[in-house]
Design a protein around this ligand. Sequence first.
Ligand SMILES: [Zn+2]
Length: 247
Amino acid sequence: MNIYQEAAKQIIDSHYCVAFTGAGISVESGIPPFRGRNGLWNKYDPKSFDIDYFIQDSARAWAIIRDIFYDLFGQVLPNTAHYALAEMEQRGLLKSIITQNIDNLHKDAGNTEVYEFHGSLKQIICLNCGQKVNVSQVDMNHLPPMCLACGGLMKPDVVFFGEAIPEYAASKSVDASQKADCMILIGTTGTVAPANTLPSRAKAGGTTIIEINPNPSEYTNRITDIFIQDNATKAMEHLMEAIDELA
Ligand SMILES: [Zn+2]
């Protein structure tokens, strides 16, 4: 058996398979990573995404947020790796996705059980009353957006530096990690806490870890059982072929 057939067999034989995704799956859709040499944090000051700075100087922070999140990320589409995960869910081979990405591409591709550990750009939230509004209703020429219900300051419904992980996503993600007997890590190197503790937690409970990354990561030698060294799109295409052969 080659590595793809081994991974396919684990997935087909599993009872609860979950995917755990990071920036690497969206890079091929045109979304730059935040970290690393060509990452956004080399171009933009991350302080706009610090909750205290945001509250203090929200108009300036929002102008940068608009540039990065809505002008740059706004036009992107899911790629074949996202669509492969949607097909796996439809076929009953994948129960849920835990994602660290805020780009909404898993939902755009058709996945329905998606736990957005760091929130989603598709919505903005009032810091005062918690009201959420779809971002399509925001006039980006009048920033910062204010809440129509209470007049409070609104921010993207994503986790800023200094903020806690949203309770719903956190509890669903921990739950899925504990239930999983198979976890597919895709495009995530394990450097961002506390999200990076989820695969280790799963592994401690006996979960088989399949890892897809172009280079070895923090996980590879520590917890990975099957390491597929490739880009997300190419790896997922080969994996789907192997699943088709075995299923
Ligand atoms: Zn409000």
